[in-house]
Design a protein around this ligand. Structure first.
Ligand SMILES: [Mn+2]
Length: 362
């Protein structure tokens, strides 16, 4: 009897160096607090029916957060190979049990883990960073060197390459001029995160998790006026410096600013990108993206399936129908029928039942 084949896709964890800093303070750049639930998810898919199956766990980008590791770095936007390695190491140390669980999963027969690159784990652009993770986690764990992972008519991609402001330039991944060592050629959005958003997060760590953004803007202006004005001023100064290429911005000169302005849409429209991928590749059956932070399952013409694996961080909705904080630990479960055809479904990991749960710092 042939083994049942299963592919699981998860994405957008944004792991930093852990919730507390070495000096005991909080790490306001950390966005992932559910290690225990992810470990249960990983272990669950190593046991019972899954132990006898062939299971591939695809971690579809933005798992490591090389842009938001810990506060207080001097020039955080200058990501040399050494810096990327150090951040990767810090993330693994900051989430210890989790990486042990991944390594354990990959030791089960016919189980494997594959990491894809997203705009937040852009440190993977360095071959030595990919190798470091592979060696640390051991046999059965791979870091895919390209943005798209295509197998059996299933297209898995983080999705940032379809968004102008987050597109990584794979033709020119590093910048050399004016540096003693090459640095990563960060997309525009990554620079925005490091140099603007991380400053704002110091005061309001949730700022990048509120949606829709236009409602938050209005809300902050009315109810959090001082902060809104401070953030707006910081933003204006930031954008002026980018436009006028002041200071560090001279070094990141090759940004396609007009293209970004033209294509800009917020929130990002990943469904449209999926339609384009299907149109260009008629034999595809399934497209899976992350990046949009909105778990999605849609059927397109001809039975084509589009999924978005969502996000494992808490989101805050200001829309009246869904108002409040939400955490949905979503994943895509792809199974193959007798004819070898893949079929996916969007699922939510509920975890094991617990009588008591730690609430963390409130
Ligand atoms: Mn992303």
């Amino acid at each position: 009897m042939t083994k049942q084949r299963i592919r699981l896709v998860i994405s957008d964890f944004h792991l930093g160096a852990g919730p507390t800093r070495a000096d005991g303070g909080t790490n306001y750049l950390e966005d992932f607090f559910h290690d225990a639930k992810l470990i249960e998810f990983i272990d669950y898919h190593s046991q019972g029916e899954f132990e006898k199956a062939e299971v591939e766990l695809v971690i579809n980008g933005d798992f490591f957060n090389h842009l938001q590791v810990w506060p207080g770095e001097k020039h955080p936007e200058l990501m040399t190979e050494e810096v990327a390695r150090r951040r990767t190491e810090a993330i693994m140390v900051g989430h210890p049990g989790l990486f042990d669980a991944l390594a354990r999963f990959a030791t089960v027969a016919d189980h494997s883990v594959i990491f894809l690159i997203g705009n937040h784990d852009i440190g993977f652009i360095w071959p030595s960073v990919r190798k470091m993770v592979e060696e640390k986690l051991g046999r059965g764990v791979k870091v895919h060197p390209e943005p798209v992972y295509l197998k059996d008519g299933v297209w898995i991609e983080h999705g940032n390459q379809h968004v102008a402001e987050n597109r990584i330039d794979f033709k020119q991944p590093f910048l050399h001029a004016g540096f003693d060592q090459p640095i990563v050629n960060l997309p525009w959005g990554d620079l925005f995160v490091i140099r603007f958003l991380n400053k704002v997060k110091r005061d309001r760590p949730y700022v990048d998790k509120v949606y829709p953004f236009r409602l938050y803007l209005r809300w902050a202006l009315i109810h959090d006026t001082g902060f809104a004005i401070r953030a707006a001023l910081t933003g204006i100064i930031y954008f002026m410096a980018v436009l006028l290429r002041i200071g560090e911005n001279r070094r990141f000169a090759r940004q396609q600013f007009m293209k970004i302005v033209k294509e800009f849409s917020f929130p990002v429209k990943m469904d449209r990108a999926a339609k384009r991928v299907f149109a260009l590749h008629p034999t595809l059956r399934i497209v899976v993206f992350g990046h949009g932070h909105k778990a999605t399952a849609r059927l397109f013409a001809g039975g084509k399936e589009y999924f978005n694996s969502g996000i494992w961080n808490e989101m805050i909705s200001l829309e009246i129908g869904t108002m409040g904080r939400h955490l949905a630990l979503t994943f895509i479960d792809i199974r193959y029928d007798a004819g070898g055809n893949p079929h996916g479904s969007l699922k939510e990991w509920k975890g094991h039942y617990r009588e008591v749960e730690e609430m963390g710092l409130l």
